[in-house]
Design a binder for this molecule. Sequence first.
Ligand SMILES: [Zn+2]
Length: 159
Amino acid sequence: MKRVAAFAYLLICVSAGGAFAQAGSGVGDAPGANQFGQPETIELIREVAKKWVASGAAPFGVGDVSKADAFVPPEHFATGDHKTGLGIDIRPIRKDNQPAGVRWQEPAYDRAATQKLVDMFNETGRVDRIAFGDAQVSGVKVYRGLDDHMHITVKPRLN
Ligand SMILES: [Zn+2]
């Protein structure tokens, strides 16, 4: 079936001013994030966040999804996921659980926990691919330069 132009769907915001993190949903937003997305994108984030926190982990950081007016971050011109509302930027997990960014090359980076989060997203069957710079994480497409976040592409719902 034909999809309506993406803009019509970019109306759901994953969090407002970190409210979800405060509510313990597992989602902590990153400053400057544009967190609007397709319904399937937002549902996926919420579902995984709930499961993640239920496992005893600290909330993970969600960065850019899309902006209501379909802003595309400069580093993502190639994929355009952030324009369709199907792309999500997630911060790698830190060993100290601080709500801050980290690059996978830094000592504060927790590879095992990041792998667990990648697995949790992939296990939903609703992820097309996860791009990330750390070649030692399995289940990702290694993408040079993606050091401080993973870019998740959500499968569009066909209806
Ligand atoms: Zn991205």
